[in-house]
Design a protein around this ligand. Structure first.
Ligand SMILES: [Zn+2]
Length: 219
């Protein structure tokens, strides 16, 4: 589905992903393992090929956002993830290695990308005229949103949803940090910014400021 000529929403297994179609292709979030077929199909409907994929930018380290990265990432594809979530994935793998069971080991390996390049707060990726990394810890320690001021679009991962926010009861989740992230980093964006979350329908900053309890001014 076209959001703009360059930004396409693609439903992968377990999550929304966003394909950025420029001279090359870049993907925001990778779905669960088993997502390759859906992405391959979508890319072919727009006359492009996964050979043109340069990067997979992961909004955070949960399996429904990074799980598909391994099967999508040929050697030349860079997988980007904030260091705090990359470390959590490695720590999880460490637990598995300490209690070796072949099945669990393979499950862990297939859920996480082997190697990732760190995403850093304030970094600007050369996509959509400049796509800024906004570190918004809370749903996970390494959650990021990706903001294009030129397009007026925010990819919010699992930090901000239509009328809601991501869970904070999973490992590394922190409700206080999530609230602070949203208020300090997202509420200040232009109100007309369109927000595309990892799950469910899209929204705007203006709408969430009015309706979302996490986005109201600090008490
Ligand atoms: Zn998540």
């Amino acid at each position: 589905m076209h959001i703009t000529p360059e930004v396409h929403a693609v439903r992968l297994r377990g999550a929304n992903a966003f394909l950025i179609v420029e001279d090359r292709l870049n993907l925001i979030d990778a779905g669960l393992p088993g997502s390759r077929r859906a992405l391959d199909h979508y890319v072919s409907t727009i006359g492009r090929s996964l050979d043109q994929l340069d990067r997979i930018v992961c909004t955070h380290g949960h399996p429904d956002h990074v799980g598909g990265a391994r099967e999508l990432a040929a050697d030349s594809v860079d997988v980007l993830l904030h260091r705090d979530d990359a470390e959590a994935i490695r720590a999880g793998l460490g637990d598995v290695l300490r209690s070796p069971s072949r099945a669990r080991l393979f499950a862990a390996l297939s859920r996480s990308p082997l190697a990732s390049t760190p995403l850093v707060d304030g970094q600007v990726l050369p996509l959509l005229g400049g796509l800024e990394v906004v570190h918004t810890p809370g749903h996970t320690p390494g959650s990021v949103c990706l903001w294009s001021s030129k397009e007026g679009i925010l990819f919010s991962g699992d930090s901000l949803f239509f009328d809601g926010v991501g869970r904070t009861d999973l490992a590394g989740g922190d409700e206080k940090k999530l609230r602070a992230s949203l208020q300090r980093r997202l509420m200040v964006l232009p109100p007309e910014t369109r927000v595309f979350p990892g799950h469910g329908p899209f929204t705007t900053i203006e709408r969430e400021k009015k309706t979302n309890p996490f986005m109201r001014a600090a008490r």
